[in-house]
Design a protein around this ligand. Structure first.
Ligand code: GLP
Length: 241
């Protein structure tokens, strides 16, 4: 695991985006794993800038979102499908048809999860997974206690995560209880994982990720076993290392 400690969120975004740009230069049809949340925003800002100013080309790339709320219509502004579109896809020239999200509104969710796994395989697997981390060490929506071999499936959010995410809704009552998320095993199958974390609120989770024992109670710690994981953090998020 490579740990990169930088001054602030802007530098974190620039460094992570440069890994994406280097991949696209090598492999224009790269498959990107896309995370939501506030941490990847500076990455997407920088990718949008590289696209606008340097012509970084996403026309042959594709993307797979990590997770989705269950029960929100796909066009709800806080569905992760909408968030990925708004924060990333609409700001570059990626073909919207090639930007995939788990279907959290499907009548048969188990079937939707299986189809999502298959779609990732059919695309050849994820080349570079952009990841954030929850304050409890979750990746995607794989909450503490998740199977480290899990594949895309339905999960129940912890109250801590619902509270953390309430800021995106008008009240905590609107935050769904259930989600569909790529499993830990799905995320571990990505060829390169680039995890970004910023702010003192993430210091405990980053400590568990980097220095803690590998445990399902801090799911991100499994990345210690990943053959190509890059952890890019600011000084505040690194303060417990
Ligand atoms: C959500 C997402 C995660 C994300 C986490 C942290 O729970 N499912 O993928 O990493 O939030 O979000 P933020 O970066 O806003 O702190």
């Amino acid at each position: 695991m490579e740990i990169v400690i930088l001054r602030d969120a802007h530098e974190v975004g620039r460094t992570a985006a440069s890994a994406v740009a280097a991949l696209l230069a090598r492999r224009p049809d790269a498959v990107l794993g896309l995370a939501t949340g506030s941490s990847p925003l500076p990455v997407y800002d920088e990718l949008a800038r590289l696209h606008a100013e340097d012509g970084l080309d996403f026309s042959r790339a594709s993307g797979f979102a990590l997770d989705e709320y269950v029960g929100l219509p796909g066009d709800h502004p806080e569905s992760y499908r909408s968030v990925i579109r708004r924060d990333f896809a609409e700001r570059v020239n990626i073909d919207p048809v090639r930007v995939h999200s788990p279907d959290g509104a499907a009548a048969d969710l188990e079937d939707a999860c299986a189809r999502y796994e298959q779609a990732i395989l059919d695309a050849g697997g994820v080349d570079l997974q952009i990841l954030g981390i929850g304050t409890d060490g979750h990746i995607g929506f794989n909450e503490p206690g998740s199977s480290l071999a899990s594949r895309t499936r339905i999960k129940t959010l912890t109250e801590q995560t619902r509270r953390d995410n309430a800021r995106f809704f008008s009240s905590i009552d609107e935050v769904p209880h259930h989600v569909v998320t790529q499993g830990v095993g799905t995320i571990m199958a990505a060829r390169h994982v680039v995890l970004v974390a910023t702010g003192a609120v993430k210091a405990g989770a980053v400590h568990g990720l980097v220095e803690g024992p590998v445990t399902a109670m801090c799911v991100a710690s499994v990345l210690q076993f990943h053959p190509h994981a890059t952890v890019i953090v600011d000084e505040a998020a690194a303060s417990a290392l």
